[in-house]
Each structure stands twice: as C-alpha cells, then as structure tokens.
Design a protein around this ligand. Structure first.
Ligand SMILES: Cc1cc2nc3c(=O)[nH]c(=O)nc-3n(C[C@H](O)[C@H](O)[C@H](O)COP(=O)(O)O)c2cc1C
Length: 200
C-alpha cells in the first residue's frame, strides 16, 4: 500500500512527533511505501491563493506533487494537536490547497457547485491521531468535539473515503511517561488494524 503520513506540530520534541514516528515505523514494518510530511519542517505555505481556486488551475510544482501523492494514496494518517477545536492553521491550509476539486472531489457535470459532491480519493481509510489537554467528558459536553465532525463528515466523507478512524489522546500536559508509552502502543495497534501487512 502507498501510505501518506501528514504531521502538523511545530516542536520536534513533541508527543505528536513521537506519534508520527510510531506511525511511520509501523507502516514500514508492515511493508508499506510511506510518504511522510512534517509540514512545519517542510515550510508548507497554508495560504490558498486566488489563482489556485478554479478547477484545472496551473499549480506550483510542490503543490502538484502533494496533490498527486494524496490522489494515489491507499491510506492517509494525519497527526495533529487540538488547537481551538481545529487543526493547526498549517494543516487547515494543507486541506485547502491539496484536497482540491479534481483531486479530492468533483461535482456532477450539470451542477454549478451547490449539489452533492462525488468523492474522488482512492484511499480506503484515513487515521486521525489528535492530542489535547481537555478531559474527554468536558470536550464532549462543553465543546461537542468539533474535530470529530470535521474529519469524519466535512473532509473524509466529502472526499469519498469510506473509513475515518479518529483517536484523541489526552490529557497530555499532566501525562507521565508510562501513560505515553501505553498511548504509543495503542497507536501501533491502530496502524496494524487499519493498515495491516499486505501479506497478512
Ligand atoms: C494555539 C493553541 C490552541 C490550543 N487549543 C486547545 C484546545 O482547544 N483544546 C485543548 O484541549 N488543548 C488545546 N491546546 C493544547 C494542545 O492541544 C496541547 O498542547 C497538545 O495537544 C499537546 O501535545 P504535544 O505534547 O505533542 O505538544 C492548544 C494549544 C495551542 C498552542
């Protein structure tokens, strides 16, 4: 399988980086071809310019390469912290620029954009791994866990990905190393479940 892994966290020593390392290592162990992107390290520009919006726009080379990779991926993993109930802006901009018409979705020929989109992504599964500092009951009761809706319906459902599995790890700020080791083991299990070895 071709597997893309997209990480959005500015600090190389973060738990998000440890999660991403576990994801890429497990995917490689399972024999998959891995394309890993640390968006901050790559200096990804998240601002969608006006000229790129129309379908069929001429894209900068790096954006065209990201688009081709995401279109060809059999599985995609996103790793990011919860920032104000949203992904960090760098990842929001990645979705704006890469999950574009003709790559992630299209509308019917006679539709001017108001109809039901047809998802185009080839990926059969998306894994979303989040971290936060809010206890899960407060996240549900007070904030309604906006990331759940965003990833499952607004992004994966829209783009035609049949399975979106999401796990929020937390509370990070008070967690001890034994807890973090357990969480990383859980990450490994999730990757093995969603993206097993091609021979298994
Ligand atoms: C700009 C910003 C916004 C944040 N917003 C939230 C939030 O809405 N809910 C929450 O639980 N944590 C929030 N946090 C805390 C981060 O989610 C937390 O630092 C991160 O998940 C810890 O992971 P790390 O150890 O990999 O950095 C925010 C942090 C920053 C810097």
């Amino acid at each position: 399988m071709k597997c893309s892994v997209i990480l959005a966290h500015p600090h190389p020593g973060s738990f998000n980086h440890a999660i991403a390392e576990m994801v890429t290592g497990t995917l490689r162990q399972n024999g998959h071809e891995v394309c890993f992107h640390d968006l901050y390290a790559e200096g990804f520009d998240p601002v969608l310019p006006r000229d790129e919006i129309p379908r069929g726009a001429v894209l900068p080379d790096n954006i065209a390469r990201y688009c081709a990779e995401i279109a060809a991926a059999d599985g995609i993993t996103f790793v990011h912290p919860d920032w104000w109930g949203m992904p960090p802006a760098i990842l929001k901009g990645f979705i704006d620029r890469i999950f574009r018409p003709g790559i992630a979705y299209r509308f019917q020929e006679d539709d001017s954009g108001e109809g039901i989109p047809i998802g185009l992504l080839r990926a059969k599964a998306v894994l979303v791994l989040n971290t936060s500092n809010t206890p899960s009951c407060r996240e549900q009761e007070v904030f309604g866990d906006p990331l759940e809706r965003l990833w499952k319906d607004c992004i994966c459902g829209f783009s035609g990905v049949p399975l979106c599995h999401r796990r929020m790890f937390g509370v990070i700020v008070t967690s001890r190393s034994e807890q973090r080791i357990q969480w990383l083991e859980e990450v490994q299990e999730l990757v093995n479940d969603l993206f097993p070895s091609d021979t298994s």
